[in-house]
Design a protein around this ligand. Structure first.
Ligand SMILES: [Zn+2]
Length: 475
């Protein structure tokens, strides 16, 4: 680890009687849950924190703790980091199977502990941390290295103002935590200015522009003097490279600098030397995800050789993006978190960039809100539906409780009404699509509606094979 020592666990509290009571109770709960066959629940951690509110500050933790946060990409990056570490033979505790809030972190530590709370896997922990819950986790856990992927506007319920999240992180990140930050995101780059840090950033990528096309632009003026910024290039939203003509402020220099090579790999410059790292997918968001994972792992101490070897084996999680070919047509599942205008705009942009004629099935309602049909629709006006207005997007099917609202938004974006079909029942979506029209069908879904998306893809696939086989189909 080139002489870098892990931070001393300053400020961690001693185990008290109350702590032990909470720990034993939580362990009992975990045992009962195991006996009745329930897995991956954060209930043991919830009980521990109810009974001992500063449980996380008292619970012994492995020697080194890596944490991953940010608005978008944190789950993908956490999974990549964990897969690379596993591939390199590390044994570590993580919250992959649970939740990314404080109760999920506590549950993972409890499951990994001996009767009296000492960690069974003593060396390493990797935790995905919900940025909104950072205050309940970071001061207690005291991570050695924290990676922040990016800071964007999210759903209004979580954060309509990204500066609010930057403030939460800056207030709660411990002074001794080393930071790995996105140089191309001025919000992310400005987190907790006094802490030791490295930056990652990407050179020119296909699709870069001079003028931002996105509706959501969370950085418009210089964070130091408030004057308008000049942009060397813009990628999407506030991602890009900027400088301030008035005060000289500029985007930080990247310590991990990536460029895209022609064969779809990534060339990363680390301390003046260039290394080739394979990419599971070369869409700009994936370049950042892979680069962020590589930067964190390199800061942890992995060599570029280890990174190159392990990253070649990575794939993007099937639950976020998956392509299938049926009868010569691509059927693509693409996650687009409901109420998150940036995640939806990225998905719409990917549809726009995809070659050939495309169709899109939109399930954009938030799963939990849709159950009560009281969802806030303001976010639709922050998402770039304009990207779907091109003539190569031949059909759009909208289904869900808010289908009229999405239809209205599509009309306002300039989409030809003749290409839009919309209905309330999600069960009718596959039947409304004409798969003959498009070479690729995108199915956009929310985090919790993957089962629906899969089912619709199967139905569409069946219709394609039926038509090709003159009514005959095999499963
Ligand atoms: Zn300035």
């Amino acid at each position: 680890m080139d002489g870098r020592k892990p931070n001393p666990p300053v400020g961690r509290k001693k185990r008290s009687l109350r702590f032990f009571f909470a720990l034993f109770f939580a362990k009992g709960t975990a045992l009962v849950l195991k006996l009745i066959g329930r897995k991956g629940t954060s209930m043991p951690g919830s009980w521990a924190i109810i009974l001992c509110p500063d449980f996380l500050a008292r619970m012994p933790r492995p020697k080194t703790v890596l944490a991953i946060t940010g608005t978008n990409g944190k789950t993908t990056v956490s999974n990549m980091v964990e897969d690379v570490l596993s591939g390199c033979g590390y044994d570590f505790v993580c919250n992959r199977a649970g939740t990314n809030v404080h109760t999920g972190v506590a549950s993972a530590l409890i499951a990994n502990s001996t009767l009296f709370g000492k960690p069974k896997k003593k060396e390493l922990a990797v935790f995905e941390v919900d940025e909104r819950s950072a205050g309940n986790i970071l001061p207690q856990l005291q991570p050695d290295i924290l990676l922040c992927t990016n800071i964007f506007q999210d759903s209004f319920k979580r954060n309509a103002h990204p500066e609010f999240i930057v403030d939460i992180l800056s207030r709660h990140i411990p002074g001794g935590t080393r930071l790995v930050l996105n140089a191309d995101d001025l919000l992310c780059a400005g987190i907790k200015p006094g802490n030791q840090r490295v930056y990652f950033g990407a050179g020119p990528l296909p699709g870069d522009t001079q003028l931002c096309e996105n509706l959501v632009q969370n950085v418009r003026v210089c964070p130091q003097c408030g004057q308008p910024l000049a942009w060397e290039y813009r990628r999407y939203h506030h991602i890009g490279k900027a400088r301030c003509p008035a005060c000289g402020f500029r985007s930080p220099q990247a310590d991990y600098f990536a460029t895209l090579s022609e064969d779809g790999a990534m060339a990363v410059t680390i301390q003046g030397e260039e290394y080739r790292l394979p990419l599971p997918d070369s869409a700009p968001m994936q370049v950042y995800n892979s680069l962020a994972a590589a930067a964190l792992l390199s800061e942890f101490g992995l060599s570029p050789r280890q990174l190159a070897e392990q990253m070649g084996r990575l794939t993007v999680s099937e639950s976020r993006y998956s392509e299938k070919e049926v009868g010569g047509r691509k059927l693509i599942l693409h996650m687009a978190k409901g109420q998150n205008p940036v995640a939806c705009s990225r998905a719409f942009d990917n549809i726009r960039q995809y070659p050939g004629k495309k169709a899109a099935v939109l399930f954009l309602d938030d799963f939990f809100d849709a159950a009560r049909s009281v969802e806030n629709t303001a976010w639709l006006y922050d998402a770039d539906f304009e990207f779907l207005a091109g003539e190569d997007v031949v059909q759009i099917v909208v289904a869900g409780a808010r289908h009229w609202d999405v239809y209205l938004r599509l009309l306002m974006a300039g989409v030809d009404p003749g290409r839009v079909v919309h209905m309330r029942g999600t069960g009718e979506a596959a039947g409304a699509l004409d798969p003959e029209k498009a070479e690729a069908v995108f199915i956009l879904y929310d985090v919790y509606t993957i089962a629906l998306a899969n089912q619709v893809r199967e139905q569409i696939g069946k219709r394609i094979t039926e038509k090709a086989g003159g009514g005959r189909h095999d499963n």
